[in-house]
Each structure stands twice: as structure tokens, then as C-alpha cells.
Design a protein around this ligand. Structure first.
Ligand SMILES: Cc1cc2nc3c(=O)[nH]c(=O)nc-3n(C[C@H](O)[C@H](O)[C@H](O)COP(=O)(O)O)c2cc1C
Length: 185
């Protein structure tokens, strides 16, 4: 079975989480991992499982304005932040509008500040968009936590890997229950 992991990332944390999710998924799936800038409709159409994620900006998914603000913050002297190679691209929101699900499964994740969920988060909006596009969501949206200095908190990379492995196993189970099994390429 094929999985497509699509991520959006300004400072590299969501990218790192996506790499770990992809690693966990490889136990059960042939995995393609791409930033949203390289996520074509053809890749989406070929996937049995789509996993999409991005950073939480202002209680939800990023916007052009929030990405601009994030980039300006990183470019300030002494910010200590490095922009991800694909940070200047569009967000997951635009890409998710209008992709066709076929019979595919999906899951949503985000990164956000650690601590209690005081704010709404990007993964809930991603989850809703995927559902609207016709995907069957495998599990509730998941968040991975960063510090106020925008570094992934200890243990989150390993948790992302475990979450990817869990998703892969659930997807195999769901597909075999429906009789949908596409061989890996
Ligand atoms: C413009 C902006 C708005 C943000 N708003 C929120 C927020 O509402 N809630 C939250 O938990 N984190 C918020 N954050 C922190 C981001 O979630 C954090 O920078 C992101 O998870 C890091 O992921 P990345 O390294 O992939 O960009 C915000 C960050 C920026 C730049």
C-alpha cells in the first residue's frame, strides 16, 4: 500500500515530525514524503493513505499573512530561527481545497506550542478539510509540541514515529476490511 505524507513547515519542526511519521509508516507502506510545494494531485491520487500536517498559526492553519510574519521573524537578527527550504511556498490549506479522495484514507497532524490545549489548532482544520474532500479519517487529529523557542520538545520525534506506525497498521486493517489493497510499487 502507498502512503503520501504532505507537510508545510516554516522553521523545520513540522518537517521533522513528518520525517518521523514517514519512518513509522514504512513498516507497512511504500511512503512518499513531500513538502506541500511538491505535492501534486497525481501523487495524492496514487496514495491509499494521505497524511497531511502543518504548523498551528493563530489557532488554526497558516495563512499567507501568518507565513509572511513567521518568515519576517526568522529573518530578524539574532532570531535563532532557520527557515525550512520550502518555507516560502503555499500552505496546506490551499492544496487541500479540491483534491479528490477516491477511496483513500487520511490523517491530520500539526505542531503547536506545548502545554495544555489553550488554543485551537491546525490539525482540526486539516481534519475537517480532508473529511470535506471525501477522505475517511483513520484517527483524531494529532498535535506534536514545540517549545517557545521553536524547537521540538523531547520525545516528540519518537512519538511521531510511533504515531506513523500506528497509522500504518490501522490503514492496513481498514483497507483489508474493505477489500481495498493496492500492491506497493
Ligand atoms: C504567526 C504565528 C502564529 C502562531 N500561533 C500559534 C497559536 O495560535 N498556537 C500555538 O500553539 N502556536 C502558535 N505558533 C507557534 C507555531 O505553532 C510553531 O512556530 C510551529 O509549530 C513550528 O512549526 P514549524 O517549525 O514547522 O514552522 C505560532 C507561530 C507563528 C509564527
Amino acid at each position: 500500500m502507498r502512503a503520501l505524507v504532505v507537510y508545510e513547515s516554516m522553521y523545520g519542526n513540522t518537517h521533522r515530525v513528518a520525517i518521523n511519521i514517514a519512518a513509522g509508516l514504512r513498516a507497512t507502506h511504500d511512503v512518499t514524503l513531500v513538502p506541500v510545494t511538491q505535492a501534486t494531485q497525481e501523487l495524492a491520487a496514487a496514495a491509499d493513505l494521505l497524511v497531511a500536517g502543518g504548523p498551528t498559526h493563530t489557532h488554526g492553519m497558516s495563512t499567507a499573512a501568518s507565513r509572511r510574519m513567521a518568515a519576517e521573524t526568522a529573518r530578524m537578527p539574532g532570531s535563532g530561527l532557520t527557515l525550512d527550504p520550502d518555507a516560502d511556498g503555499p500552505g496546506v490549506r490551499g492544496w487541500l481545497h479540491g483534491i479528490s479522495a477516491g477511496r483513500a484514507l487520511a490523517a491530520a497532524f500539526d505542531t503547536r506550542l506545548g502545554g495544555p490545549a489553550l488554543t485551537r489548532r491546525a490539525s482540526r482544520s486539516i481534519y475537517r478539510l480532508l473529511k470535506h474532500d471525501g477522505f475517511r479519517l483513520l484517527c483524531p487529529p494529532e498535535s506534536f509540541h514545540v517549545s517557545r523557542h521553536n524547537t521540538l520538545l523531547d520525545g516528540e520525534a519518537a512519538r511521531a514515529r510511533d504515531w506513523g506506525a500506528m497509522l500504518g497498521a490501522s490503514a492496513v486493517q481498514a483497507a483489508s476490511a474493505r477489500g481495498v489493497t493496492r500492491p506497493a510499487a
